[in-house]
Ligand binder design. Sequence first.
Ligand code: FAD
Length: 405
Amino acid sequence: MKISVLQTDVIVIGAGASGLMCAAIAAQRGRRVLVLERANKVGKKILMSGGGRCNFTNLYVEPENFLSHNPHFVISALSRYTQWDFLGLVADYKIAYEERKHGQLFCQNSAKDILNMLLAECSKTGKVTIQTSTEIESVQISTSASKSSQFILNTNLGVYQCESLVVASGGLSIPTLGGSGFGYELARQFGHHVYPTRAGLVPFTFSNQFKAVTERLSGNALDVTLSNTDAEFTEALLFTHRGLSGPSSLQLSNYWQVGSPISINFFPALDIAQWLMDKKQAQPKSLLRTVLSEIMAKSIVLELQQLIWPQHSETALGQLSDTILQDIAKQLQQFEQKPSGTEGYRTAEVTLGGVDTTELSSKTMESKKQQGLYFIGEVMDVTGHLGGFNFQWAWASGAAAGQVV
Ligand SMILES: Cc1cc2nc3c(=O)[nH]c(=O)nc-3n(C[C@H](O)[C@H](O)[C@H](O)COP(=O)(O)OP(=O)(O)OC[C@H]3O[C@@H](n4cnc5c(N)ncnc54)[C@H](O)[C@@H]3O)c2cc1C
């Protein structure tokens, strides 16, 4: 049987955020682009993102919002395709959006608006073909001298050749939404160093006595400062059946190492020691749990009482020495716990680690080891904070490659 070989200018592996952006921009330069997607549908993570409303970018994008072993790498691409560029596109398509806390921008209606916009940008030129349900079996370099067909991809649906190959297959997070290690394997095949990966923007789990506490408090949320030796975030904390979630936990998980503790300040906006001393003066007959319940959910206060001041639970405030009150206040502001782990890739929003960026061009995302090979989006060792930064990196790195492939 004769196998037909399809030749095109650019092949993008992965029809997610970065891949679609790259394809649209390359096609608008006149390039013929084939996007090969393993899943049966495109842009699954976009659709699920931001609770279905896609936190598509952030008003305050800075290089400091990204983790990488090579922190300066992001500067060039982020400054050449900014949040304002993406907002311009969103405005062209008249997509209704809203600003939430910390400059986070979300669709007002549905994440579908963003996916439809990217697909419309791709179809504008008639030069982008998107093929779903495609399994790539191998990627080889052609032995022929022709640069225009230097990459040969064998797939379940045929053989394809291209001049430029863009790896936009994302990270390992949420396998059911397309998470895969394909990009890392391909990078290694071409001699790239890949940093070890781990789940990021992911809830903490516990196996000690604190697990039972989080189970009982499951569903309760409050604003805290969550910190460790490397970072701190003042955001909502959510108790779950498995441990701690909410924005503060997700953010800190990016900076957490197995075996290390995290610290919760339950009263980030208050000098709780002074507040307790004032209460002792004003309400000497009250119990600590009674006064704390004025500023915190009673169910949380009762659990903290068991953990921090069980021996003083029935002692009136006026009977507690200043030293004891200050010690309790300190524990309320530096409440340490050691997570046993995280929920892992099953629920992680992102994957930390990945393709070493020192082996890529920060201007074009091209491999320094293989001409014509590009890596964009999450497959790289670049991870954003929670808040629209991961999508902004997908748009910016996708645009950087799209302008040159
Ligand atoms: C539940 C959830 C919510 C999120 N919410 C937000 C948010 O609100 N804001 C934000 O900034 N970020 C959010 N993120 C992170 C964001 O979705 C990712 O950082 C972003 O999608 C990465 O873009 P990408 O193009 O690198 O990868 P992806 O968008 O993951 O796209 C990769 C594509 O490659 C395909 N693929 C994988 N392997 C292969 C293969 N072998 N062959 C062909 N195709 C393959 C996948 O099926 C997928 O379609 C969220 C993530 C999750 C999981």
